[in-house]
Design a protein around this ligand. Sequence first.
Ligand code: ATP
Ligand code: MG
Length: 498
Amino acid sequence: MLRRDIIISRVLDFCRRTLSGKPQGDKKQQPAATKPAATATASVPKATVSSILPPLQVITRDQHSVSRRDISPSALKVLYRLKDAGFEAYLVGGCIRDLLLGLKPKDFDVVTNAHPEQVKQVFRNCRLIGRRFRLAHVVFGREIIEVATFRGHHSGSEDEESTAPKLKTASLSDHGQILRDNVYGSIEEDAERRDFTINALYYSVKDFAIYDFANGMRDIAARRIELIGDPEVRYREDPVRMLRAVRFATKLNMDIAPDALTPISQLAVLLKNIPAPRLFDELVKMLMAGKAFDNFMLLRDTRILKQLMPQLDKILKQEPEGKAFQLVTHALQDTDQRVAVDKPVTPAFIFAAMLWYPVELRSQTLLIESGLNDIDALNIAMTEVLDDIQRTIAIPKRFSLTMRDIWALQSRLTKRSGRRAFKMLEQTKFRGAFDFLQLRAQAEGGSLTELASWWQQFQFADEAEKLELINSLGREGQDRPKRRRNNYKRKRSSTPDA
Ligand code: ATP
Ligand code: MG
């Protein structure tokens, strides 16, 4: 019955398109000449509402491995309740993809033809969220099942004919980027506007079949990240899909298909149009989920890194295997190992590692060019580098303050004479600063290795051993010559509010 509904809807859709004279077929049949130019600024025609989907495949229960045993009971409850209330409802996206790959899904997302208000009527434990596109959250204790209404196309004309209720139609920017995307639609339209073929798999509890709208099963078997439709158009609509391609490739241990990989280096520049808070969120997903190092390498290879962190990218280009690369590698590999054993990780530490050499480089330039003392030069360099990165990636203040602490304490770790080392141990940020020093020692070796091992001994030594360690320093570990320090003090105290 359900299968028939979908087939009928496809036939109706086909007739509507034929009557309105709109082009048919998948992207492979589109003439190359109609493709927009691959430059950041070139404008593209507004996307047409041509079907970019191949024929629907229905994979019956005996032909796939997704079992109700592996699905969250709360998600199943939502599906059954919506079905019993007369609505269509499916599990979709990451959860079906992950179950097919034998992975544990992060969450279970439901789509339905019920409108948010109708969903709210079915569930008492439901709240509506989102201003632009309303979503229903059905709450089961600590678990939330997100229920979205099928989304429609992002072009006006077809929607006018559509019987699907709608809000305002969506619109595109001059670069082809979706600006508004808040139209309700059919399941087919919903599938069409998803990003990758492997994310357009729908599972129903009416017949326990998987509805594969974009050859996702084929690409799961081939372990291939493939966009639905023309990759260039889809990246232009939402440049974040380039980051998602990288993230899914590493997370799922798949390859990005050549036609999806090739345009990225040219289109990465479009990421500049993405709001900085969204890029921070996406990067956190890439760096905190156990595949930070692989993601970093792929971001570098695809030239996305150049767009996101030009300061770091420049240093890496000058010395591809140099100390900046070593530090980032050690930091990200450590992060991945911590995630693997469920230890906490923080974006502050990761971003501190990625931006340490840009800060150091800037600080050295300031020392030479402006004659500032090293503490002031470091402070200014930290501010400049952080201000710079904030324009692209909005690192929340709670993390950027920790980054500053970690960086600033690096120079204090070199000063160990008298009571200084004891005071340093009392610092709440000591652990982070010491871990960071160890990473730098791994990256650079030399005197940093000695410094890191001294602190390693010092923090676990008893009182007598601690004094002995300080005495063993001799002239090392002392402050810079008094004269410069006094100069700095005098300069500070001459400021009006000192
Ligand atoms: P995971 O949760 O493991 O990161 P996911 O596939 O569930 O993977 P989400 O970000 O939770 O990813 O998105 C849920 C679904 O929404 C995706 O599977 C995809 O179908 C769709 N989607 C998300 N972001 C986009 C996007 N930028 N463009 C098109 N579709 C998207
Ligand atoms: Mg998800």
